[in-house]
Design a protein around this ligand. Sequence first.
Ligand SMILES: NC(=O)c1ccc[n+]([C@@H]2O[C@H](COP(=O)([O-])OP(=O)(O)OC[C@H]3O[C@@H](n4cnc5c(N)ncnc54)[C@H](OP(=O)(O)O)[C@@H]3O)[C@@H](O)[C@H]2O)c1
Length: 257
Amino acid sequence: MRFGYDFSTRRALITGASSGLGAHFALLLARQGIAGLALAARRRDRLDETAAACRAAGAGAVVTLSLDVTEDGDITKAIADTAEQLGGLDLLINNAGVADSARALDTDASSFDRVMDTNLRGPWLMAVGAAKAMIAGGTGGDIVNIASILGLRVKTGVAPYAVSKAGVIQMTRALATEWARHDIRVNALAPGYIETDINRAFFATEAGQAMIKGIPARRIGQAGDLDAPFLLLCSGASAYLTGAVLTVDGGHHINSL
Ligand SMILES: NC(=O)c1ccc[n+]([C@@H]2O[C@H](COP(=O)([O-])OP(=O)(O)OC[C@H]3O[C@@H](n4cnc5c(N)ncnc54)[C@H](OP(=O)(O)O)[C@@H]3O)[C@@H](O)[C@H]2O)c1
């Protein structure tokens, strides 16, 4: 049996595509020969680099869009521009996110708001806007929210981030129940610790190495570890899968207490 990992007609909008996992997911979809890619973030120069790599890797149309997910007007415009420039939208990757490292007692209102606005309010507005575009286009579609195992378990020093990602997980379930009737699936990918530019130096330290010992797989993840689970959530192969939270973490979140 062949599975339906066919992206040749799909048009995707990826937030936070300027670096890290977002850029990785863009390239991965490009390698599948996706018909259209809208790459959105604040750093246009980095988006242009990702766009060039995606074109070379086999994507059809590739456009870049300025997007700050804390700005409502940017969100409306990014969704409208994607639908117009790619001829529709049937896949949203809600990937943009930020983390602040501080104990709760040292967290002020503005840093709490920044994390919530970027990680939860922005993805909510993106999802609602994208769902309206999918319904208007009559195509249905898929929304993949990039959560984290910190939405399922807590760790000291990153409370607002953990709260925001728990919100993303519950948002995934709530929207999935409302939009299944429109043939829109909403699922979450919840990675454990994945090596990217922001955490590479930390994992080389003694504290980082100690944390790795708490992962049953005894290693941190690489972006490529997310590829197959990510493509499953993005593709027609998972047509009856919605409201799911797929953890990819080497067993970290279910480790023995
Ligand atoms: N790496 C991990 O271990 C890990 C584990 C679990 C979950 N995650 C999640 O995976 C996602 C990507 O993280 P990453 O590790 O790839 O980090 P990253 O390299 O720092 O990427 C974060 C992306 O989000 C974008 N972004 C931040 N604030 C934004 C805003 N206000 N508006 C629009 N875009 C914004 C950034 O683009 P600009 O600065 O150009 O706007 C950047 O492209 C995040 O949601 C993160 O929580 C990561």
